[in-house]
Write a protein that binds this ligand. Structure first.
Ligand code: ADP
Ligand code: MG
Length: 723
């Protein structure tokens, strides 16, 4: 019933080539769908307006009703608090005159008449359409908050109840909704319901492009929309996202696990970087180069060279090439003819520079690759890294050891430096890919492959944008339930967006929508390189926490204060311990120059980490304490690193105690190793902690931020607290 009347109203507008519904039409559509909206009638004449007002009961509001007026107040088209027939008649005349004067050619249906709603807190609920992500729902406080402060929350439709709850909880003005001074709290459940109704409407009627309920009056009990605007799509949108293909997975599997690879067109001017990178590759390496001057340098590396790919007497699984852009399409065609699984194109100068030639060449290569079912990686990228097999995209990268962290990067530099820096964080790479322009395979295709890759337990990404937002979002949501996905997004500033378009040609998405998408999918958003590695390290080493309450151990006074600030600023809690913990602590804690409330300022009690028996007692107390979810220790490395160097056995004893605790504890445990003047000494020490399975952070702030991000992830996926 509801749907049919909605369809009828939409069809009527369509029949008249109109995309904007009038307020009367929009409200009719919504009230048929069970939305709480003010009852609103159309009056074409003065007398009709008065009759409607008398039926509805005074006071009423009278507003211009036109399929061409978007903002009614702006044209003098809204009259409020009309308490008599005379006032309504006057309002009718005034509105018609005002609108005819300001917009003489506009089509006028007449006016709408509606009861004055009792005042409430004004909020806004909207539906918009993002070109990448499709229907997106917005919630915010009305009036000045939405216009000036842009205090709004977004989520992609469809919403579930916890999305709706999260949206309401996310806005900065939340305290106004929760009640303040003598103001009671508003009915959040009623607002959640409207959010879910908007989501259902968007699903049932994809023809609706935008919907604004602005304002909705929120009351202690229920809510009521007094204005509604609906805009239709010019054309019917909405084909389902392209599926992820098993064949793409299989092709990427073969490319990532090649038995034989070929490098096409490597040369001295590039110091044979691609061939040299394969020096530890476990399979066979071939070169294709026709320039006579380059061949001796290639054979000197011990690599057999051929005049063409076709001549190589072996199946080739993966090709790396840096040939000039003009001949790239021919090389891609050769790869297709040779039935290679994947080809990575280092060459740049395609769609990212925006000239017609570049776009056309990229299109030709993409067509060839698609037809052949071949994985075209790039162009404008560094391709694949699989350390266990010795398949490298940079000669300095480590090989041999199998890791568990996969990295997918739109930028070659970020992907390589991530892979280079990871060992300093105790992180070993399973596989990495730098994919550049994404002419054929986009971030999602690689994510899909990593999601089933058995070596990969945690996935890091550097992204500037994705081409098919919906496709990416629905996959991401599925993957995060199995494996944590950390997304470092570049190009969030306006100037950064400009830099993106000259880098990889991605569509730059508004940051608010991107952030909403990442949260909603249960992925982990990061802002920097360090933050990305920090949170990955924590996820790798630490046990999941059941909550956000931390027990802190520091050696001395100043650091105790700062580590507490750092965790509190990150939105975590540093609570008082339980009574029984305090009783136990008081039996042995040295309070001269220390204290044990939380943080435990305990350098004296634990001999700056050397009295391992007392240290073990402190740790055990925190592990048992029901007020604590995670345990963090600032080791005072800036003071004691010299001692660790001159008496390595003191470090060993500390490490034994901490590693023993970390393995047996029920809660996550990690340490701050802030170098201050001891950077060089700590490089080695850090590795020793990682080798014992303990995550380390360079500052208390970085530790706190990493824990915040990880705790959000754990909470989202255990559902212990709805987000
Ligand atoms: P506009 O097209 O300018 O957004 P609105 O219908 O939202 O027009 O009216 C402007 C303002 O008037 C609203 O923000 C609201 O504060 C007030 N208003 C409108 N309709 C009513 C009503 N039925 N009851 C009470 N206040 C109303
Ligand atoms: Mg309005």
């Amino acid at each position: 019933m509801a749907n049919t009347s909605a369809s009828r109203i939409i069809q009527q507008a369509r029949d008249h080539d109109r995309l904007l519904l009038t307020e009367v039409e929009a409200k009719a559509l919504l009230s048929a769908g069970g939305f709480p909206v003010t009852q609103t009638h159309l009056a074409q004449t003065r007398d009709q307006a008065i009759t409607h007002a008398q039926t509805l009961g005074f006071p009423v509001a009278v507003k211009v009703c036109s399929p061409e007026v978007v903002h009614k107040s702006d044209v003098g088209g809204v009259k409020l608090n009309l308490a008599s027939a005379g006032a309504v008649g006057q309002a009718f005349d005034d509105v018609m005159t005002a609108v005819r004067r300001t917009q003489p050619n506009v089509a006028l249906d007449g006016v709408s008449v509606q009861p004055m709603a009792k005042p409430g807190l004004e909020v806004i609920i909207g539906l918009t359409h993002d070109s990448q992500f499709g229907p997106v729902i917005m919630f915010g406080l009305g009036g000045i908050s939405v216009e000036v402060l842009k205090d709004v929350a977004f989520r992609l439709a469809p919403l579930n109840r916890s999305d709706a709850k999260a949206m309401i909880r996310e806005i900065k003005s939340l305290p106004l909704l929760l009640g303040y001074r003598s103001q009671p709290a508003v009915d959040s459940a009623a607002l959640e319901q409207v959010l879910l109704q908007v989501s259902a409407l968007a699903e049932a009627h994809p023809e609706i492009k935008e919907l604004d309920l602005n304002p909705i009056f929120a009351y202690p009990n229920g809510c009521l929309a007094v204005d509604a605007r609906i805009l239709l799509h010019a054309e019917n949108p909405g084909i389902l996202p392209r599926p992820f293909l098993a064949t793409t997975r299989a092709t990427l599997y073969r490319a990532f696990n090649p038995k034989a690879v070929a490098v096409i067109g490597d040369k001295r001017a590039m110091n044979y970087m691609w061939l040299r990178s394969q020096s530890a590759f476990q399979g066979k390496v071939y070169s294709v180069q026709i320039d006579e001057r380059e061949i001796p340098g290639i054979t000197a590396l011990g690599v057999p060279n051929y005049g063409s790919l076709a001549e190589i007497p072996d199946e080739i699984d993966y090709v790396m090439t840096a040939v000039p852009r003009q001949i790239a399409p021919r090389i891609i065609a050769d790869c297709a003819a040779k039935k290679v699984a994947g080809v990575m194109l280092f060459t740049s100068g395609f769609s990212e520079i925006g000239d017609e030639d570049g776009k056309r060449l990229e299109q030709t290569m993409a067509d060839t690759a698609r037809t052949a079912g071949m994985a075209l990686i790039g162009p404008n990228c560094m391709g694949l890294y699989h350390p266990r097999l010795g398949l490298r995209n940079y000669a300095d990268l480590p090989v041999g050891e199998a890791g568990t962290v996969g990295f997918i990067g739109q930028s070659g530099t970020h992907t390589i430096t991530f892979s280079l820096a990871a060992p300093n964080y105790g992180v070993k790479i399973s596989k990495a890919v730098s994919f550049g322009n994404a002419a054929v395979l986009d971030a999602g295709d690689y994510l899909d492959y990593f999601s089933v890759d058995e070596e990969t337990r945690i996935i890091g990404m550097y992204l500037e944008g994705v081409r098919e937002g919906r496709r990416f979002f629905s996959l991401l949501r599925q993957v995060t339930a199995e494996k944590p996905v950390v997304i470092w997004k570049g190009g969030k500033s306006e100037a950064g967006k400009r830099a993106i378009s000259s880098h990889t040609g991605s569509l730059a998405v508004p940051s608010a929508i991107w952030d909403a998408m990442v949260h909603q999918a249960g992925a982990i958003p990061t802002e920097t390189f360090d933050e990305t590695l920090d949170v990955i390290q924590l996820l790798l080493f630490a046990k999941p926490a059941a909550g956000t309450r931390v027990g802190l151990i520091a050696m001395t006074g100043g650091p105790s204060v700062i580590i507490t600030d750092a965790f509190e600023h990150a939105g975590l809690t540093v609570p008082l311990l339980s009574e029984s913990s305090y009783q136990e602590l008081s039996s042995f804690f040295n309070i001269i120059g220390g204290s044990f409330r939380n943080p435990l300022d305990s350098g004296h009690t634990i001999g700056m980490g050397q009295s391992t028996e007392n240290l073990a007692r402190l740790l055990a107390i925190l592990d048992r304490d029901p007020h604590i979810d995670a345990i963090v220790m600032d080791t005072g490395a800036g003071l004691v690193a010299g001692q660790w160097q001159s008496h390595p056995q003191t470090l060993d004893a500390l490490l034994d105690t901490l590693a023993n605790f970390a393995t047996r504890s029920a809660k996550p445990f990690f340490v701050v190793l802030q170098p201050f003047a001891r950077e060089a000494a700590l490089l080695q020490v850090r590795n020793q902690f990682h080798a014992r399975g303990i995550a380390t952070f360079a500052t208390p702030q970085r530790a706190a931020r990493a824990f915040r991000l990880a705790a959000d992830y754990w909470r989202f996926h255990t559902g212990s607290v709805s987000k």
